[in-house]
Design a protein around this ligand. Structure first.
Ligand SMILES: Nc1nc2c(ncn2[C@@H]2O[C@H](COP(=O)(O)OP(=O)(O)OP(=O)(O)O)[C@@H](O)[C@H]2O)c(=O)[nH]1
Ligand SMILES: [Mg+2]
Length: 475
């Protein structure tokens, strides 16, 4: 297993052993270069991202690890602002008749006084690109292709390294992907990747690394290893996410509170039940966000109202369930008891019940275990309150939708996560079928819930969580 977060921030990288691939991320200002690094490194805190030009002022690097060793060193660079003026200046530096190749022209520029003044930003970019094996040229695909871009590309190409254009903002209705592909081909750049840093395609990283491998033959092996590492981590994250959801569902399905049978006490028990379930869901959400390297602030709308003030977010509001097409039973409609089922006390007790009751009635029930206590309670007229099936369904739908959203989200995204359409997708699969066997078993096994003091860890519980996680994974 590899560590989840293959990222080490490095501001100044010196040559390191093992020859990692060194890539400079370059391009016009404000095209999403820093955003791309955030998404590739799954690190929402890398660098500074703002919707204004000139945000990144210095070169900053990070490493992507594969199998514990550095596969790629990626460098964020300041945006190019005035490629046209720089191209003119480069021409001035090379008198007519003098033949210099591209890198020599760039070196001459870097030794010139203007590289420290007017073109200081551009000099930082070109110095880094010269040091690297290749450049990733980030394009805002909404921009029309202009002379400034062509000049910029002419200068970058002069560094003598392969350039891979990455088209960003590809989901925008104003995207001009075809125009950019055409312009790139005319400049001899035939490998192009579409990669929206906010919502990258699921296969986006693979495509990026595959195309780099084509351009950089000698690093193909490293890139393949990196791809495998990413795929393995993705799978591992998904499996862990399913376990987190399964744990939560088992905890809530097994949650069982007993109460004297009068209505005031039952309502109180139902309120406690709801509160514990809501908190447990929030705990699962926090764990999922953390597992996918996102921040609680990325999912503010879902901060669950513990008092139920927003019904569309409230697990226990009958309307929230109906909106998801989940059948709402009688219990749900019953005002203060909404979402709580009064247990008829038959679940899980069949053969043994009569014997146990007999034993209890006969006064032999001394060291009453869990089941015994429940039976005793029942005999004294206690009732038990559990979470309604409809609520379990909604919980499963919500969490699976959240996982799907997290898996589609780039770490450059700044807008809050929206799960509404994904919820509808998940609802399709989950609202009708019978509850999975594992949840039915949990319902009848109160000691599986960590939400009460009767919790007892057991291998059977652990096994059931595992099985439920596998069921959820295949939905
Ligand atoms: N909708 C959308 N916004 C994006 C995307 N990529 C970047 N942005 C936004 O574009 C703006 C610029 O992003 P940065 O990553 O700072 O761009 P940059 O190229 O590093 O900018 P400089 O450092 O100033 O050259 C930010 O407001 C980002 O949130 C994208 O794919 N889709
Ligand atoms: Mg930047």
């Amino acid at each position: 297993m590899t560590p989840d977060s293959p990222i080490i921030d490095i501001t100044a990288i010196t040559a390191s052993p093992g020859q990692p691939l060194r890539l400079a991320v370059v391009g016009h200002t404000n095209t999403g270069k820093t955003s791309l690094l955030r998404t590739l490194s799954r690190n929402p805190d890398f660098g500074e991202v703002r919707d204004s030009p000139g945000t990144t002022r210095h070169v900053e690097g990070l490493r992507l690890l594969a199998g514990g060793t550095t596969a790629i060193e990626l460098f964020d660079t300041p945006g190019m602002e005035d490629g046209m003026a720089l191209l003119d200046y480069l021409e001035q530096l090379t008198p007519p008749g003098e033949r210099l190749d591209g890198p020599a022209r760039i070196q001459r520029f870097l030794a010139s006084p203007e590289s420290l003044r007017r073109f200081e930003q551009e000099a930082r970019v070109l110095r880094k690109l010269l040091e690297c094996d290749a450049g990733i040229y980030v394009v805002d695909a909404r921009d029309p292709v202009l002379a400034k871009h062509r000049d910029e590309l002419a200068i970058l190409s002069a560094c003598g390294h392969p350039l891979l254009p990455v088209l960003n903002f590809t989901h925008s209705p104003d995207q001009r992907i075809d125009e950019w592909r055409d312009a790139m081909a005319r400049l001899g750049l035939h490998a192009v990747v579409e990669f929206d840093t906010i919502a990258p395609p699921l296969e986006g990283e693979d495509q990026l690394y595959d195309k780099l491998a084509l351009l950089l033959d000698s690093h193909a092996h490293t890139l393949k290893a990196l791809k495998q590492d990413i795929a393995q981590q993705r799978l591992q994250r998904h499996q862990e996410a399913m376990s987190l959801v399964a744990e939560m569902l088992i905890d809530i399905a097994a949650l069982r509170l007993s109460s004297p049978p009068d209505s005031a006490d039952l309502e109180k028990a139902a309120a406690t039940l709801r509160e514990r379930a809501r908190k447990r869901e929030q705990q699962a959400i926090d764990a999922l966000l953390k597992r996918y390297n996102f921040r609680p602030a990325d999912f503010p709308n879902h901060a669950l109202p513990l008092q139920g003030e927003r019904w569309d977010m409230d697990l226990f509001h009958p309307q929230a369930l109906k909106d998801m097409g989940i059948h709402v039973g009688k219990g749900m409609a019953a005002g203060a008891m909404a979402g709580a089922t009064l247990d008829m006390f038959t679940a899980g007790i069949s053969l043994g019940a009569a014997t146990l009751l007999g034993a209890a009635a006969g006064g032999l029930w001394q060291g009453a275990d869990k089941l015994g206590r429940r039976l005793m309670g029942r005999m004294r007229g206690y009732q038990e309150v559990t979470v309604d099936d409809a609520v379990l369904r909604l919980l499963a739908i919500r969490e699976l939708a959240l996982v799907a959203a997290l898996e589609r989200r780039g770490h450059a995204a700044q807008e809050p996560i929206d799960v509404s359409t994904l919820m509808a997708d998940k609802a399709e699969t989950l609202r009708k079928d019978k509850l999975p066997e594992e949840l039915l078993e949990a319902r009848a096994t109160p000691e599986w819930s960590t939400l009460t003091t009767h919790y007892q860890p057991s291998s059977r519980r652990a096994e059931t969580v595992k099985k439920l996680a596998a069921v959820l994974q295949n939905l």
